[in-house]
Write a protein that binds this ligand. Structure first.
Ligand code: NDP
Length: 256
């Protein structure tokens, strides 16, 4: 079991889906969790619910596309908890889904601001604290789209590929100083994002039977596992739980 008790774990995009499940899971394992997202009412409600169940949780509003927001988030977490042990760079979006010639340049750029620059901002403002305190773990939520091409997803594929590149560079630059950086490619997960994908009807992912999506709690379990030493061989890469090899390592049910 990965030791996480009393560690401070910051989760971006924690107002629903994978981020909410991760915050709840880490809190149950004894971590002090910091939930951040734009929907402040929602993260406050989740934090209150975690506290009512005996966990420790803070809610701090943050739009990851804004560097100043992320800098303030990290400064406030440090001031209120004394540490940033784990950062889960989870906030991400896929809307609007459109083929290149139909895409809106402004909306395309907004995806870059959230999916790519949001992760960069997290790295930029968490790494200095982690280096100062002797180390930490940064988990970047990746996707199979980082290494494959899907119609209608040019913004998503391009930004996830770039995030994989950030994972590699951050590991190279700060691994020697104790900062563990790993990507997690979860496969398809039953969240609002898959509802948008299905509605688009554009590529084979949109045609999947919703029953094949894994629950967000599985992703949360994998994220906790990635915080422990068994995951060290995967530092600086994307670890996948789409494969049975990855699932077995984490202790998840295997696919048929
Ligand atoms: P959801 O749409 O359910 O949740 C997305 C989360 O991101 C919300 O909490 C939302 O909160 C937050 N968010 C969006 N924009 C911003 C922003 N500018 N600043 C801060 N938070 C933001 O998606 P998932 O839970 O499915 O996705 C989470 C991550 O997992 C994403 O990075 C996604 O790409 C990745 N992923 C998902 C897969 C899936 O099948 N679902 C598969 C592979 C990867 P709010 O609106 O309150 O800001």
């Amino acid at each position: 079991m990965t030791r996480i008790r009393n560690n401070t774990v910051v989760v971006t995009g924690a107002s629903r889906g994978i981020g909410e499940a991760a915050a709840r899971y880490f809190a149950k394992a004894g971590a002090k969790v910091v939930l951040s997202a734009r929907n402040e009412a929602r993260i406050r409600d989740i934090a209150e619910d975690i506290a009512a169940k005996g966990g420790i949780a803070l809610a701090i509003r943050c739009d990851v596309s804004q560097a100043a927001d992320v800098e303030r988030l990290m400064t406030e977490v440090r001031a209120r908890t004394g540490a940033i042990d784990v950062l889960v760079n989870n906030a991400g979006t896929i809307d609007p889904i459109a083929r290149l010639a139909d895409s809106d340049p402004q909306a395309w750029g907004q995806i870059v601001d959230v999916n790519l620059k949001g992760v960069y901002h997290g790295l930029r403002y968490a790494i200095p604290w982690m280096v100062e305190s002797g180390g930490g773990t940064i988990l970047n939520i990746s996707s199979g789209a980082a290494t494959s091409a899907l119609e209608g997803w040019s913004h998503y594929c391009a930004t996830k590929a770039a995030v994989l590149s950030l994972t590699r560079v951050a590991h190279k630059e700060y691994g020697p100083q104790g900062v563990r950086v790993i990507g997690l490619s979860p496969g398809t997960v039953a969240t609002d994002m898959q509802v948008s994908i299905r509605t688009s009807g554009i590529n084979p992912v949109s045609q999947l039977d919703p029953n094949v999506h894994i629950p967000p709690e599985w992703v949360a379990k994998a994220l906790l596992w990635l915080c422990g030493p068994d995951a060290d061989p995967h530092l600086g890469t994307d670890f996948s739980i789409k494969t049975n090899e990855g699932r077995a390592a984490v202790g998840l049910a295997l696919a048929d």
